[in-house]
Write a protein that binds this ligand. Sequence first.
Ligand SMILES: [Zn+2]
Ligand SMILES: [Zn+2]
Length: 156
Amino acid sequence: MWGWKKRKSMSNLTEEQTLRNAGVRVTAVRLLVWRTVCKEFTGIFNLADLEEALPTVDKSTLFRTLGLFSDSHLLDTIDDGTGSQKYCLRSADDPLSGVRHVHFSCRLCHKTVCLTNIPLPEVSLPEGFTVENVEYVAKGVCPQCALKGWTRLDKT
Ligand SMILES: [Zn+2]
Ligand SMILES: [Zn+2]
């Protein structure tokens, strides 16, 4: 029991420090949201998932906090074409590393997953173009659906 308690408080310190290092002014609600994101979501999530995890926090506060975290490069935003903005941790081990990864969206089960081991490819644009954000969402059929043989069924 002791060991668990000790570990928990240590990791809380780190979470607060992570926010500070990202330039986020730490407030109780921001820390709560950040902790929830780190603890509850291993992959992609959206505002509704966060609302469900934190029913006591006002929805617009949650939305603004997610925006702040993505502006501070703690979270990545993903538009997988479903119309709902999705978020994920840039890196669960090291949220501040800044290494962004590729996402894959399955057209059969409509799941979007993080391919955390695959960094975003570098694209150099012609002069005069200022990049503000790059998203890389590969689309196709995920291994689970491919196994079910849905690809063949779906072809007709
Ligand atoms: Zn699938
Ligand atoms: Zn991701």
